[in-house]
Design a binder for this molecule. Sequence first.
Ligand SMILES: CC(C)(COP(=O)(O)OP(=O)(O)OC[C@H]1O[C@@H](n2cnc3c(N)ncnc32)[C@H](O)[C@@H]1OP(=O)(O)O)[C@@H](O)C(=O)NCCC(=O)NCCS
Length: 97
Amino acid sequence: MQTQTRVKLKVRPFTADDYSPVAGELRTGTTGVQREWRRRGIALALKVRSLEFAKKQGYLRVATENETNNHRMIAINDRLGFAKQPAYVHYLKTFET
Ligand SMILES: CC(C)(COP(=O)(O)OP(=O)(O)OC[C@H]1O[C@@H](n2cnc3c(N)ncnc32)[C@H](O)[C@@H]1OP(=O)(O)O)[C@@H](O)C(=O)NCCC(=O)NCCS
């Protein structure tokens, strides 16, 4: 029987030419696992892999972010030892038309 696993992990390194002013920092974003494959440790494994990649490449730290109500991703990042940083509050003012 053939099985198919589709997972997605974007690893975007910060470089001098990228939009980060932080040297030696790798940013990971948009970890996603299709619904039917969730809760099997795939996202956790992908993030572990990205940390291994960062270390191997000589990065000093890894940055990531997620919405404050995304308890799944927060659990993963907490588990991997990411330290929470001060959060931004995003405001939106809508004009009446
Ligand atoms: C967030 C997401 C990537 C997690 O993927 P996943 O492969 O199911 O996660 P894992 O199986 O590796 O879970 C690892 C841990 O995360 C936590 N977790 C994951 N899903 C959870 C859920 N539904 N409820 C509670 N905790 C959860 C648990 O601590 C879990 O460990 P455990 O299974 O030993 O309890 C997946 O739910 C997803 O694709 N969500 C939509 C996209 C998204 O929100 N991405 C994050 C924004 S960057």
